[in-house]
Design a protein around this ligand. Structure first.
Ligand SMILES: *Cc1c(COP(=O)(O)O)cnc(C)c1O
Length: 393
């Protein structure tokens, strides 16, 4: 079984590039050049240097003693919450901004839902002095005011998407329209392992620094590179792709992908794509997505903005269908409690996305000697309002 992308851009039966003809030249240029550019020594040197000096890598692999005692197993937290800007997303935007520069693009566009990817993109555009335009649904702009302010402070232009439901998918449509109209000077930075080939593979490669570090860090701490389990939450799937990447072919390492069940898988208010979704095309790739009988995309729901996505990237669709990864759905309530537990046990306030992954320790039993690595994708500062309302703090 092969878990890496094939030459046509597929993971098993999922992936590909289902795009309007007018977008073909842009995507084709990227497809032809991305691997070669990434492998250039000068690219690697600049990428590695920024990851170290700017992002703050390597992030620690922290043995969580009190959480381990409570869960009766050996738990390490991969501390992506300590990355500059507060989550793993910046690993990808650093990689893509360097890619854009080498492709001769000086104008950057992005779409954002909750605003986290918009902030990570605005950050690297400021770093490189490049123009940054972020499309965001009008409703999301109102809901995510702090992130809109951050993007503006970082020098980005935030353009409201006024059509349709005025949320993420409408912002994506606007970004695609912009790219079609500006094929020569513009690069479109996608924020997860979604979109047409080569985006899922390119983003996974940039995020794979996570499992690359896990391997040597575990070797130092446990005397072996491979844990028994790797756990990560899945919205589009980029932090999970990064945490799984160097273990995909190591069949002894069990992979657990955690989705948001929202108010419950059968409540009608959920984002558990692996359970509720079936095959379809979203954002240019064939994957699993939540849709009605006639193929209209269903509005997802999760208390966590980063997991509130109606699909998963094609790699994850393949990991799910082939059963290489176990998919577990966690409700809002389970995640919120697990997040609060981590605060009290370890002095770490996690992003609510990451809290979904943490809740697995309350729903699944591990052996005492199992070594479990959990990718703590982000910190909870951005979620303070949600925690305050939920727990009436
Ligand atoms: C955006 C985000 C996610 C979800 O995105 P993936 O592409 O699935 O990783 C998870 N955790 C945090 C902290 C995020 O900001």
């Amino acid at each position: 079984m092969n878990y890496f992308v094939d030459e046509n851009g597929y993971y098993g039966e999922f992936g590909g590039a289902y795009i309007p003809e007018m977008l073909y030249p842009n995507v084709e240029e990227l497809r032809l050049k991305y691997v070669q550019i990434m492998q250039e020594p000068s690219f690697q040197k600049e990428f590695q240097s920024l990851l170290k000096e700017y992002v703050g890598r390597p992030t620690p692999l922290y043995f969580a003693k009190r959480l381990s005692e409570k869960s009766n197993t050996k738990i390490y937290l991969k501390r992506e919450d300590l990355c500059h800007t507060g989550a793993h997303k910046v690993n990808n935007t650093i990689g893509q901004i360097l890619m854009a520069k080498r492709l001769g693009k000086n104008r950057i566009i992005a779409e954002t839902g909750a605003g986290q990817h918009g902030v990570a993109t605005a950050t690297v555009c400021a770093l490189m002095g490049l123009e940054c335009i972020v499309y965001m649904g009008e409703i999301d702009i109102a809901r995510q005011a702090p992130n809109v302010a951050r993007m503006k402070m970082l020098g980005a232009t935030v353009v409201p998407a006024l059509s349709g439901s005025r949320t993420l998918k409408d912002a994506t449509n606007e970004a695609i329209r912009d790219w079609i109209n500006n094929p020569v000077d513009t690069h479109y930075i996608i924020g997860s392992v979604v979109g047409p080939h080569p985006y899922p593979d390119m983003v996974a490669r940039f995020q794979s620094v996570i499992s690359e570090e896990m391997k040597w860090q575990l070797k130092e701490k446990e005397g072996k590179e491979n844990p028994d389990y790797v756990i990560a939450c899945v919205g589009g799937g980029s932090n999970a792709a990064g945490a799984f990447y160097h273990y995909l072919d190591e069949e002894s390492v069990q992979l657990i992908a955690v989705e948001a069940a929202g108010l419950g898988v059968n409540s009608g208010e959920s984002a558990a794509t692996s359970v509720l979704g079936n095959e379809g095309i979203i954002h240019g790739s064939k994957t699993l997505l939540m849709q009605t009988k006639d193929g209209q995309i269903t509005e997802p729901y999760s208390i966590s903005a980063g997991l509130d996505y109606p699909g998963v990237g094609p790699l994850h669709a393949h990991l799910c269908k082939s059963k290489r990864a176990e998919f577990i759905s966690i409700t809002d309530a389970e995640a919120m409690q697990a997040g609060l537990d981590l605060c009290k046990l370890e002095g770490i306030i996690p992003a609510i996305e990451s809290s979904h992954a943490l809740a697995v320790f309350n729903s699944k039993t591990f052996k005492e000697n199992d070594v479990v690595v959990l990718n703590l994708s982000g910190r909870g500062d951005k979620d303070l309002d949600t925690y305050i309302k939920y727990f009436k703090l």
